[in-house]
Design a protein around this ligand. Structure first.
Ligand code: FES
Length: 95
């Protein structure tokens, strides 16, 4: 099962393959910004991917549009649109 490392604490959580990144952080007890209840609308749940981007699903056209709309860093992903298939390391600006 994939392991997600959450920075800056370095806390690690093991999750079933295919789990949504948003849900993984919530399972770890960390808050995830959202005003759309993970419906891929608000773009607030963005997380920076520090390692393992190739272990995540590729961004959809909709996710790419949300990231471009908010002028996000290329290393950032909309966590409610990301499914985890291998080990990765992520952070947000507020953890
Ligand atoms: S929670 Fe709104 S886009 Fe992810």
């Amino acid at each position: 099962m994939p392991i997600v490392t959450l920075l800056p604490s370095g806390r690690m959580i093991e999750i079933p393959s295919g789990t949504m990144l948003f849900d993984a952080a919530c399972r770890a007890g960390l808050p995830v910004a959202s005003s759309c209840s993970a419906e891929a609308v608000c773009g607030k749940c963005v997380m920076k991917i520090h390692s393992g981007p190739e272990k995540l699903n590729a961004p959809t056209e909709h996710e790419r549009k949300l990231l471009a709309r908010d002028k996000r860093d290329p290393a950032e992903r909309i966590s409610c649109m990301v499914h985890v298939y291998g080990d990765c390391t992520v952070s947000t600006s507020y953890w």
